[in-house]
Design a binder for this molecule. Structure first.
Ligand code: 5GP
Length: 120
């Protein structure tokens, strides 16, 4: 079972505008902004607008419209950065074993350089 959603998590504060971030994408379902500690030339975080702790929480509880809106937004961000032809990487860390630090679902998008093999 996932912990209850914490409205004081850092991405909730970013969504409320209480912590500054650079908007890369914003619609009804999703928000994207640069990671503060980039692990690739391009490192974007895409988050759903809804209060979901993790992928587990989101996939179990979000409406079809929220899920579709979020997944489409991730694809749109990649297209906006012209990443489709060279390719890119998506990553979601889930829970303690996944190394998730911020308890609001986020997908990491890495690109703009060859990324090498996936490592644990
Ligand atoms: P996780 O380990 O939870 O998958 O990833 C959390 C990510 O959030 C990390 O890559 C970290 O650099 C990023 N991060 C943490 N705090 C902030 C912040 O205040 N602003 C931004 N833009 N990114 C943050």
């Amino acid at each position: 079972a996932t912990s209850p959603y914490d409205d004081e998590n850092i991405f909730a504060k970013i969504l409320r505008g209480e912590i500054p971030s650079t908007t890369l994408y914003d619609d009804e379902w999703a928000y994207a902004f640069p990671d503060i500690n980039p692990q690739a030339k391009l490192h974007v975080l895409v988050i759903p607008k809804g209060r979901y702790v993790s992928w587990d929480d989101f996939s179990a509880k979000a409406s079809d419209a929220e899920i579709a809106g979020f997944i489409r937004a991730v694809g749109t961000v990649a297209r906006q950065h012209n990443l489709v032809e060279p390719g890119y990487r998506l990553l979601a860390n889930i829970g303690p074993h996944g190394g998730q630090e911020v308890p609001h679902l986020h997908v990491h998008l890495f690109g703009e350089e060859p990324l090498g093999p996936m490592i644990a």
